[in-house]
Design a binder for this molecule. Sequence first.
Ligand code: NAD
Length: 425
Amino acid sequence: MKHEPLSFIPKDAEGPWKTYLEQVDRVIPYLGPLAYWAETLKRPKRILIVDVPIRMDDGTVAHFEGYRVHHNTSRGPAKGGVRYHPAVTLSEVMALAAWMTIKNAAVGLPFGGGKGGIRVDPRKLSSAEIERLTRRYTSEIGVLIGPKKDIPAPDVGTGQREMAWMMDTYSMNVGATAPGVVTGKPIPLGGSLGRQDATGNGVFFVAAAAAKKINLPIEGSRVIIQGFGNVGNAAARAFHDHGARVVGIADVTGAIYNEKGIDPYDLLKYVAEAGGVRGYPKAEPVPAAEFFGLPAEIAVPAALEGAITEQNAWKIKAKMVVEGANGPTTPAADDILRERGILVVPDVIANAGGVIVSYFEWVQDFNSYFWTEEEVNENLRRVITEAFESVWQTSKDRKVPLRTAAYIVAATRVLEARALRGLYP
Ligand code: NAD
C-alpha cells in the first residue's frame, strides 16, 4: 500500500510527532491483521489552524496562532486539552492529539483523540487579555467542538478559569448552556468534584500499582517530580500523603532538593507568593540539568515533552519513571532506561487520571446528576488501576515494555473500530 506523505510536516521533523511515529512503528509488528489499518494512526483526521486576533490592554491588536487537531474519532468524539505555551506548534499539537487517541483507548474510554493550543506566553498577558484570547479562540474552533463532537479540557497554561470562558463562549454561540462542551470546569458550572487533582492522583495510583510489582514500598520511598503545576503538585501531595518522601521538585524557575523531604503543601504556599519553586528556603537549589540524577526511587516527569533524553537517561538513579507529562521520554531514552533495568510507566496510562475524571464530568453533565468526591475518586482508582493491570499483563504475555504493551491494547481497540466501521464511501 502506498500513502501520500503529509506535506505540512517535514519528513525529518524532530520533536514529539517524530517520537509518536516511532512509538507507533514499535507496535505495528504486534498488531497481526489489524496492521493493515496502521497508517490510520500516523495521520490526524483533521486539522484546523486559526488566527486569533485580540485587542490588547494598550489598545493595539495582537495576532496569535491557534490549532485544534482531531487525530482520530473511530471510537467516539475527540477529547483532549488546550495548551497555552510559547513553544506550541502544529506538530506538537498533532502528537498530543495522537497520544490522546492512544490514552483514551488504553483505558477504555469512549473517546477519540484531540488537542488544541495557542502559541502564546500567558504569563505575559493580563487576565482580561487571556479572556479575550480564549473567547476568540473558542469561537474560531467552534466548527469543530461540541459535547458530542470534541470536548476540550485544560492542559499546560490553562485551567478552570479558561474552561469557564470556553463553556460560556460556546454556549453564547449556540444559544443554550452547554456544560458538556468542555471538562475541567469550575464546580458551579457543572465541573466534577475530584477533577482538579485527578491527573496527579492517577499518577499516584498507577505508581503505587507499579511499585507493588517491583516490590518497592511507597512508604519511605524518595520521589523527585519535575513540574509543580496541576499535575506535579497534585502528584506531590498524593505521594506525601501516602508516606513517600518528595525530595526534589523542579519547575520552570529552578530545581530544589532536600533529602529529608519537602512538604508540598508548604511549597504550594511559597509558590503562590514567589511564582515558582526557586528560592524556597527549606531546600537546596540544584542545577536543572542535574535534576533527574538526584537520588530517588521514583522519578516523575510532569512538565513538558522531551524531558528525558539520551543526554540524561543514563544519570537517572530511580528504579521507576512514572510519566505525569505527555511524551517526556524520547524513544532513545526509553531504550537506555530499559537496558538499565529502570521501569518506565508510560504517560498514556500514568497520566490518564485527568481524562478519566473528565469522562466522569462529561457523563455527569449529560445526566445533570452529580457524584460525591468519594465516588469520583474510587471510580478513578478502579478504572486506572484496572487499565494498568491489563497493560502489565500484556507486557508479560507479549514480552514487551509497558509502553509497547499500552500501544498494543490501545491500537488494537482503535483499529478494530476503524475496521468495523469501514471506509466511507
Ligand atoms: P501546568 O501549566 O499546570 O504546569 C506545568 C509545570 O511545568 C509548571 O510547574 C512549570 O513551571 C513546569 N515547567 C515548564 N517548563 C519546565 C522546564 N523546562 N523545566 C521544569 N519545569 C518546567 O501544566 P499541567 O497541566 O500540570 O501539565 C503538565 C504535563 O502533564 C503536560 O505534559 C501535560 O500535557 C500533562 N497532562 C496534564 C493533564 C491535566 O489534567 N492538566 C492531564 C494529562 C497530562
